[in-house]
Design a protein around this ligand. Structure first.
Ligand code: NAD
Length: 386
């Protein structure tokens, strides 16, 4: 958007007003759902696009096996949400059609398959990403990604702020005349408090002894500076957890320092740094099957694989050979989130056996390997023997 200076001032005023409204909405909704007393916990299964329906169906099978008692007792209910497809989104010309959004909002947690985001050259119009829309609509402020490489002593959990920073106004920057171009970074008190508290609470509940903030507060003083200030304020409430901070440049380097990197445990970062460093970290773990991801808010939470919809696999008729392990790792996170910790531990153990140590059934993405249903049979049998 190209503006003159008077228009730019007016536009900036509008952005500030919008952001203050967002702050009001955040302040009005700070309560976490209490899964221990919630009946039933509604788990939505949204297959998404491409290989999504094939792999989420396997995730559902595993949950049905692990949560059979909870289903029988009326503690859990599964709901299939079929409409989160690129065809429906294009037909409605919406990032998520209204009726599908309503269905998603009737669930407490969602297992989501990857969704296709149109890019140049695709046969689809340029609609907004369903993921970005879901994050905003369900206020999923924490993107949590565990990275574990036991043989290298790596056991990290990243808490990436998901709704602010450099991304919240990513498409709302403007140019003033021909020479000046401005983007905006936003950090709010509540937006920062909630992600930092989530990181410390996770550390406390999981016996972690260190939480590290990653910023560039020495240069980006107002927003990163605020993030760091809030970090150390909240750290005072957790005297048994060591709190420290690193700058993003040196942290990026230290993650490849074999001696240093073992020391990190829980890391909390503003949106942009989190985006970059979680991809770097996932590389150590190796491969798209090895990690799941969760997007957590006070009211809703969404769990997904870290890979995309693999349209070529579907075009070549290979969806049934797609590796379901990333979505299975997401199921581990979902189970833990709703308080089914024993089920989460069992699935994690079975996945380690089936995909890292024993590996009796292996997918290759092609007909020379197992189908995702066959690998899932093996995972369920392994769970039953634990
Ligand atoms: P992609 O992850 O879909 O594919 C990258 C490569 O990995 C391909 O060769 C693919 O065949 C392979 N692959 C991915 N998942 C696999 C699996 N489970 N088993 C075996 N092989 C697998 O990435 P892309 O091609 O960049 O993106 C395709 C579409 O997915 C795009 O529209 C993109 O926007 C979308 N996407 C969605 C999400 C999400 O919903 N969270 C994330 C990333 C990409």
């Amino acid at each position: 958007m190209k503006l003159d200076i008077a228009q730019a001032k007016e536009q900036f005023g509008k952005l500030l007003e919008e952001q203050l409204k967002r702050v009001e909405a955040m302040n009005a909704n700070k309560e976490d759902l209490d899964f221990a007393s919630l009946r039933p916990i509604i788990i939505g299964i949204a297959g998404g696009d491409g290989i999504g329906p094939a792999i989420t169906a396997q995730g559902k099978r595993v949950m049905e096996a692990l949560l059979a008692d909870w289903v029988a007792e009326g503690k859990v209910e599964f709901r299939d949400i079929d409409g989160l497809t690129i065809e429906n989104r294009v037909a409605a010309n919406q990032a998520i059609p209204d009726d599908v959004l309503d269905q998603l909002k009737q669930c407490h947690v969602i297992l989501k398959g990857p969704t296709t985001t149109p890019r140049k050259g695709d046969p689809w119009p340029n609609i907004e990403s369903a993921n970005v829309k879901m994050r905003k609509e369900l206020d999923l402020f924490a993107n949590v990604r565990p990275v574990r490489v036991p043989e290298q002593g790596i056991d990290w959990t990243f808490f990436r702020e998901n709704t602010e920073g450099a991304y919240t106004l990513g498409s709302k920057g403007f140019s003033v005349g021909d020479d000046l171009n401005i983007d905006f970074t936003v950090v709010t008190q509540e937006g920062t408090e909630r992600i930092i508290r989530a990181a410390f609470e996770y550390a406390r509940k999981n016996g972690k002894t260190r939480v590290t903030a990653v910023t560039k507060a020495n240069i980006i003083k107002t927003t990163d500076g605020k993030f760091l200030e809030v970090f150390y304020e909240i750290a005072k409430e957790y005297p048994n957890i060591k709190a420290d901070d690193w700058y993003i440049d040196i942290m990026t380097a230290k993650l490849i320092d074999e001696n240093r990197r073992k020391e990190f445990q829980v890391m909390v970062l503003p949106n942009l740094y989190g985006d970059i460093i979680t991809d770097e970290a996932a590389e150590f773990q190796g491969g798209v099957g090895t990690a799941g991801s969760s997007n957590i808010g006070h009211k809703y939470a969404m769990f997904e694989a870290i890979h995309g919809s693999a349209p070529r696999m579907v075009a070549e008729g290979r969806a049934q050979y797609a590796d379901p392990c990333s979505i299975m790792r997401a199921v581990v996170l979902l189970l833990s989130h709703i308080g089914a910790q024993e089920a989460a531990n069992k699935l994690e153990k079975a996945l380690d056996i089936c995909t890292l140590t024993e590996r009796k059934v292996v997918t290759t993405g092609r007909p020379d390997g197992a189908t995702n249903a066959q690998l899932t049979d093996y995972i369920i049998e392994t769970i039953q023997q634990l």
